[in-house]
Design a protein around this ligand. Structure first.
Ligand code: AMP
Ligand code: GLY
Length: 415
């Protein structure tokens, strides 16, 4: 089958490799893609904010199936536009993508579905209401812009003045109780009726070692989690994924695609921190290299209401990914730096996230430049491979965290 994948990041590079490796895919097109993806698939220019342009490209190429990577086209309704043109799509409708597009909507659905999450208030930019909500929960304060904010919408702070200032900048804001406990990401693949959990992963949101520095889109990730309870997937399925899918179907807006649950494992059980309507980045870069189930046919089955008999197969071992970030990331990333030749290291994959080719040179082109995944029989081996590779890549003033999966790799030794 001829397939079009929409997106250009490290997540899409990993998805593209997985789709390309499945014989079900006879021809892979990616738009806009990136220099890493263009080594094995055909890339096309595309404004992913333009639904008509996406649909026109799919029709011109004659593809039967489209996989949408990023949230922006999903929240804009690109999947609806493609479906209206008779094309199969992996990715939720505009109505279902509201689980990511509006934090307040996600809270309403969780409430109706009985899914555990932080207590919250939704308020407008009215200072007295904001202060009342903040004081109900006390510090640390959690203030979330209701809408999509490219990773900048959430402020967690003990500074009340900062919390109020952030809330006053938003049109609508969700203020919620602080959840203490380790955070994990667990993704489910859904056809609108069934949802199949993937293995859990953990990502590292802060920019610097020791979880210091500003929040980012994610500086690294690993999977599986040797410290997590064995029944974690079952629990998340029963308490979160299945009720959400049932509630969305009951509302007449079934969720078809990837439901990303960001969870806190608190003393009083697991609680949802957020939903996304797409694969996570960089978690995808550790999940896809370990997923044995052929990816293209899996996503097609989800898109065609056909997941009844599917169970996922995983390779043994572990994967660790480390993000190479541009100088200035996340506040003010500098693009255009020249990358040294990318090394070939056994058991590693280098995913392009923000790169471009210019006059034969590979240049940085975004905040997260590369994601380097190592695989191995355990996290220690996987980390070693990832760090062996990333340490050989030169980009002036770039940086990466040196502690991705470090604690977990120590913990696995105790098992
Ligand atoms: P989000 O953009 O929703 O992923 O939030 C960014 C980060 O803020 C999360 O990964 C958490 O680390 C943190 N966060 C969000 N909500 C809460 C909460 N209720 N309690 C504690 N931390 C939170
Ligand atoms: N890794 C966080 C995200 O994809 O939103």
């Amino acid at each position: 089958m001829k397939i079009l994948l929409v997106g250009s990041g490290g997540r899409e590079h990993a998805l593209a490799l997985g789709i390309h490796a499945d014989k079900f895919c006879t021809e892979l097109h990616v738009a806009p893609g990136n220099p890493g993806i263009s080594q094995f698939a055909t890339c096309h220019d595309l404004d992913i904010k333009n639904n008509q342009a996406i649909t026109d490209l799919a029709k011109t190429l004659g593809v039967e199936f489209v996989v949408i990577g990023p949230e922006v086209p999903l929240v804009n309704g690109a999947a609806d536009s493609l479906r209206a043109a008779g094309i199969k799509v992996f990715g939720p409708s505009k109505a279902a993508a509201q689980l990511e597009g509006s934090k307040n909507f996600a809270k309403e659905v969780m409430h109706d579905a009985g899914v555990p999450t932080a207590k919250s208030f939704t308020v407008g930019p009215v200072q007295i209401e904001i202060e009342r909500a903040l004081d109900t929960f006390g510090a640390p304060y959690v203030v979330k812009d209701d809408g999509l904010a490219a990773g900048k919408g959430v402020v967690v702070t003990s500074d009340r003045v900062e919390a109020i200032a952030h809330a006053m900048q938003c049109e609508r804001v969700v203020i919620e109780e602080y959840l203490a406990g380790p955070e994990i990401s667990l993704f489910g693949i859904s056809d609108g009726r069934n949802i199949i959990p993937m293995q859990p992963a953990q990502d590292f949101k802060r920019a610097y070692d020791g979880d210091a520095g500003p929040n980012t889109g994610g500086m690294g990730a690993y999977s599986p989690l040797p410290w997590a309870p064995n029944d974690l997937e079952d629990e998340v399925y029963t308490q979160v994924l299945a009720p959400m899918i049932a509630e969305m179907a009951a509302r007449g807006t079934p969720f078809v695609g990837l439901l990303y649950a960001g969870l806190a494992l608190t003393d009083t059980g697991l609680k949802v921190i957020e939903f996304n309507a797409r694969f996570g980045d960089p978690e995808t870069q550790v999940l896809i290299p370990r997923l044995q189930t052929p990816l293209a046919s899996l996503l097609y089955k989800a898109a065609t209401d056909d997941l009844d008999d599917v169970a996922l197969q995983w390779r043994d071992g572990a994967a660790v990914t480390v993000v190479l970030a541009a100088p200035g990331y996340p506040a003010d990333p500098q693009s255009g730096g020249e990358l040294s030749a990318l090394p070939t290291v056994a058991d590693t994959q280098i995913f392009h996230a923000g790169t471009k080719k210019s006059e034969g040179k590979l240049l940085s082109n975004g905040g997260r430049v590369l994601t380097v995944t190592g695989t191995g029989s355990d996290l220690t081996e996987a980390r070693n491979q990832a760090y062996r590779a990333i340490s050989q890549i030169k980009l002036t003033d770039s940086f990466y965290r040196t502690d991705i999966a470090l604690n977990a790799s120590v913990a696995e030794k105790g098992n």
